[in-house]
Design a protein around this ligand. Structure first.
Ligand SMILES: NC(=O)c1ccc[n+]([C@@H]2O[C@H](COP(=O)([O-])OP(=O)(O)OC[C@H]3O[C@@H](n4cnc5c(N)ncnc54)[C@H](O)[C@@H]3O)[C@@H](O)[C@H]2O)c1
Length: 448
């Protein structure tokens, strides 16, 4: 009895399932590098692509530039065949290419897809028949079909088209959102279900086979647009709920009610309530940015996303609210912001991460300086801070001594390395934007 030869798709799937497939990951950043290690740990041979020569050199010398990724894990991956490159011609040797490049906003708060566009145009000349190309960068619904597919089809010299039906020759294209929560070690990355949408059933099958080798659960959806929208719904949900709790915090302060005590009580409800916590404003590359990808796209459909705009308004105002609270705290000591010495604790956008992007600390430092304060910062993850698109601080980290010499110490990021009891004891005035001093009773603390 003769057995039928495996179909083209079956052969590709088998390569994924047996981990013989070669995986290329484009963008060796906060998303791409951990994903690289995940694939490598599972036995895949991975090539990392990045346009920053310093990152490529660091990785190839067995080093790391992300605090929570130890150099040892890069060296382990190297032993399993990992190397980094800026040479896109190596794309031709890959069975799958996963794109994890930035998707920021431009100065007009509109999607800036230049990194995705440049990546797709760079890989297009090297894509080959049967290859799987997956976009993981967060973006508005329609990007994969409207931006990725036409550029791949136009840019490859063999005239390959995207395969739409099973066993049609061509390139397979899919979208799968990255759902990790940096700094949160309570859920292992491979335990986060992987949502996947394909440009047609073959791409979906192939991408599901690839991610199924790594993630415990794959959640297939009917299109790339559904997968793109899923990620936005998740982040908009967070953004809106954080805005809600930031607004209620301000009301609670006026009513002399502790919002944190309220949240702790509310979260005992076993259904229908998920706790969100107030803070000094949003940060990171996701929550302050992603919702505006959708509000921009919505305009094409003559639709106004009011929740997104309102949440953005409330969250963006939070650093200004903190500034008011610092002024109120200093006022109690007969001081003004102008001429005061103020130390900001924590630059990172959230606890225990080395990521500065969109951090409210940067805005608060800028605002304080603008109002005439003499400012300093401490953050174990940033020996210096220079300038970015919205700030020009050019400062160096101040050691955590002599706290009594500051008129106010402002906790903006509640890193777990800080001893908050000692900080309160040694400071004249502590403005706590994160409830980091919970359980410490002192008239020196102003919680906001
Ligand atoms: N950081 C997060 O927590 C997180 C979580 C979920 C989703 N995301 C999404 O993942 C995507 C990537 O985010 P990130 O935080 O990893 O960004 P990042 O800035 O940390 O990393 C992106 C990397 O891509 C590289 N790059 C840029 N253009 C390139 C090109 N043309 N070719 C090759 N490399 C290129 C950059 O040099 C950089 O190393 C974004 O869309 C983001 O919204 C991020």
């Amino acid at each position: 009895m003769t057995t039928a030869a495996p179909t083209r798709l079956q052969a590709l799937k088998l390569k994924m399932e047996t981990r013989e497939a070669r995986i290329g990951i484009v963008g060796m950043g906060y998303v791409g590098l951990p994903l690289t290690l995940l694939f490598s740990n599972e036995g895949f041979r991975v090539t990392g692509f990045d346009i920053e020569p310093a990152k490529v050199a660091t990785l190839n010398s067995g080093g790391s530039y992300i605090v929570r990724i130890p150099p040892d894990s890069i060296q382990q991956a190297q032993k399993k065949g990992f190397h980094a490159t800026a040479d896109y011609s190596e794309v031709a040797q890959m069975d799958a290419v996963i794109i994890c490049v930035p998707t920021p906003l431009n100065d007009y708060h509109e999607p800036d897809l230049r990194y995705v566009r440049e990546t797709v145009e760079s890989i297009a000349p090297y894509v080959n028949e049967g290859q799987l190309i997956v976009l993981e960068s967060t973006t508005y619904p329609g990007t994969t079909e409207e931006l990725v597919v036409p550029r791949l089809e136009k840019g490859n010299p063999s005239g390959l088209k995207v395969a739409r039906v099973a066993d049609e020759p061509g390139i397979h294209v899919a979208f799968s959102p990255e759902r990790e929560d940096p700094g949160n070690d309570t859920v292992a990355r491979h335990d986060i279900p992987k949502v996947v949408g394909g440009c047609g059933p073959a791409a979906l099958e192939l991408a599901s086979a690839m991610y199924g080798s790594i993630f415990r659960k794959v959640v297939p959806v009917s299109s790339t647009s559904v997968a793109e929208m899923t990620k936005l719904l998740e982040n908009i949900y967070r953004c809106v709920n954080i805005a809600l709790v930031n607004e209620l915090k301000q009301l609670c302060m006026k009513m002399d009610i502790d919002i944190h005590e309220v949240i702790d009580a509310a979260k005992t409800k076993p259904f229908g309530f998920q706790p969100f916590y107030p803070g000094p404003g949003l940060g990171g590359h996701c929550i302050p940015i992603d919702p505006f990808y959708l509000s921009w796209k919505a305009k094409q459909f003559d639709f106004h996303t009011r929740f997104i705009e309102l949440a953005g308004e409330v969250n963006t105002a939070m650093p200004y609210f903190v500034l008011e609270q610092i002024a109120a705290g200093l006022n109690e000591h007969s001081k003004s912001i102008k001429g005061s010495n103020i130390l900001v604790l924590g630059l990172a956008y959230k606890r225990d991460v080395d990521d500065l992007r969109e951090s409210p600390s940067l805005t608060i430092l800028e605002l304080l300086r603008h109002r005439g304060a003499s400012v300093a910062y401490n953050d174990p993850y940033f020996p210096t801070v220079g300038h970015g698109r919205h700030y020009a601080l050019n400062m160096i980290n101040t050691p955590l001594d002599n706290l009594g010499s500051y008129d106010a110490v402002v906790i903006v990021t509640d890193h777990s390395t800080y001893n908050y009891k000692e900080i309160v004891e040694q400071s004249k005035l502590v403005i706590d934007t994160r409830n980091a001093t919970k359980g410490i009773t002192s008239p020196k603390i102003l919680r906001c």
